[in-house]
Write a protein that binds this ligand. Sequence first.
Ligand SMILES: [Zn+2]
Length: 89
Amino acid sequence: MNKIIKNQKCDCGGGLKKQGSCRRQGNLVPRYKCIECSKFISSQRKYQKMTPEIKKSIIRLSCQGLSLHQVADKVGYSHTTVANIINVK
Ligand SMILES: [Zn+2]
C-alpha cells in the first residue's frame, strides 16, 4: 500500500508517495516518488536544504502557539530539527 506523503512535495508541485528506501551513511532513508513526473526524491535531500525562509516560518508558526510536532508536520522537518531552530536565539 502506497501512501501519498502530505508534508512533502516535488519541485514540480506533484505529490509524493513512498517507494522503497536507500542506504545512506549506514542509515536506511525512505525514498519517495513524485506522482506527477516520476522523479525519485529521498527525504535526506530535503533535510540538507534548510533555508532562512523555512527557519522564519518555523519561528512564526511556533509564535502562533503551535506545538513542536505541529510545526514539524507543517514544514516537513523532524521535531528535533524544529526544536534546534527555536532554541537557537
Ligand atoms: Zn515531480
